[in-house]
Write a protein that binds this ligand. Structure first.
Ligand code: PRP
Ligand code: MN
Ligand code: MG
Length: 179
């Protein structure tokens, strides 16, 4: 598995240090708001798990699984809900947790959905932002790192469902996805 990685982009230590800092900011910003922190499965699961341990105020968590479908690798912007939230978001302060924003289509769909369901506020936290291929203008409220336009995997990010279990974020060797 590690043989498929060209380079480590973000080490385990760098990621954890950043998450500690993000947790502090969120705890400050959401004091007294009992935010509903929503993990967008599957990619955001490791980030969610580490982030919530750095949040020092009352909060609740929930999970949503979505998939964008359409022509093979190109997202159509139509997002299908595979697992919906357990509870109502009406009047709640929502923090959407993502591992990466690429085209922006997944999150813009979810933002719209949560607003239609009458959330009091919806903000986005993403570990990684890849602003190069946006199809829709979308800016995260909180962001860990801006990453180059490379094929990154690990710490939740997959290629064909693999590499999510790496503790760091790496650049995948081109021969892995071209062969
Ligand atoms: C990936 C990633 C984000 C989304 C970002 O999820 O985890 O959720 O794509 O891309 P976008 O900004 O172009 O919409 P994916 O659909 O691969 O599902 P996964 O999280 O289960 O890997
Ligand atoms: Mn995802
Ligand atoms: Mg994926």
């Amino acid at each position: 598995m590690e043989n498929d990685i060209l380079d480590v982009l973000l080490s385990e230590e760098e990621i954890q240090l950043k998450i500690k800092e993000l947790g502090r900011v969120i705890s400050e910003d959401y004091k007294g708001k009992n935010p509903l922190v929503i993990c967008v499965l599957k990619g955001a699961a490791p980030f969610m798990s580490d982030l919530i341990k750095r949040i020092s105020i009352h909060m609740e968590m929930d999970f949503m699984a979505v998939s964008s479908y359409g022509a093979s690798t190109v997202s159509s912007g139509e997002v299908r809900i595979i697992k919906d939230l357990d509870a109502s978001v009406e009047g709640r302060h929502i923090l959407l947790v993502e591992d990466i924003i690429d085209s922006g289509l997944t999150l813009s769909y979810l933002l719209d959905l949560l607003h239609r369901r009458k959330a009091a506020s919806v903000k986005i936290i993403t570990l990684l932002d890849k602003p190069h291929n946006r199809k829709i203008e979308l800016k995260p409220d909180y962001c860990g790192f801006i990453v180059p336009d490379e094929f990154v995997v690990g710490y939740g990010l997959d290629y064909a469902e693999r590499y999510r279990n790496l503790p760091y974020i790496g650049i995948l060797k081109p021969e892995v996805y071209t062969s």
